[in-house]
Design a protein around this ligand. Structure first.
Ligand SMILES: [Zn+2]
Length: 190
């Protein structure tokens, strides 16, 4: 899942307007960014397997620190704590902002759950792994990504008042550009 994650950012922004949409965009992809840092360090692992799913060639066989449910909860709590108690982050909002930032981080796991093959551990790497496997269905994945994104975007646009037309259209253009680059080579959809 890639752009579908932004649906969570838009939805959370619509319930807590003081939250920064830019920060929420980062938060919903936080564990993927972490994954791309940990892989070169050899901490987490994947291998390329031709046509592993209809969407990409990734066998994500070891990533409990970024894509385990337990780890996701821990990262979410850490991000919540950062926003709640660290002065420089605290300045960006109140307790509710901290809460939506934490939820944004956690949302990643549940959105990934829909599309990934059963490779998402519940606890550590030896615990049961889950994933509903929508990535095996190319059109189903694309439709879900787009539907999620449009749903989230509509929620956000409905909740904004006083944002000029320019701001709204800039957001739509951002989304469309992301959409066009979707699955370019299938290598961004972790
Ligand atoms: Zn992911």
């Amino acid at each position: 899942m890639f752009i579908g994650h932004y649906a969570a950012a838009f939805s959370l922004k619509s319930v807590e307007k003081k939250a920064s949409l830019g920060m929420l965009f980062i938060a919903v992809q936080f564990v993927d960014y972490l994954f791309f840092i940990l892989v070169p360090l050899g901490v987490e692992k994947f291998r390329l397997v031709e046509n592993y799913t209809a969407i990409n060639h990734f066998d994500l066989y070891f990533y409990p620190y970024t894509h385990g449910l337990l780890a996701s909860v821990i990262w979410a709590v850490l991000i919540y704590g950062l926003w709640r108690y660290m002065p420089s982050f605290k300045a960006m909002g109140n307790g509710r902002v901290a809460l939506v930032m934490g939820l944004a981080v956690l949302s990643h796991w549940f959105v990934d759950l829909i599309v990934h093959t059963p490779d998402l551990p519940l606890l550590g790497d030896n615990s049961p792994k889950v994933g509903l496997g929508l990535w095996h269905n190319f059109m189903g994945t694309i439709l879900l990504e787009v539907a999620l994104l449009i749903g989230g975007l509509l929620l956000y646009l409905r909740s904004t008042k006083g944002v000029g037309a320019l701001g709204k259209y800039a957001m739509i253009i951002f989304v469309v550009i992301n959409d066009l680059s979707l699955y370019d080579g299938g290598d961004r959809a972790v």
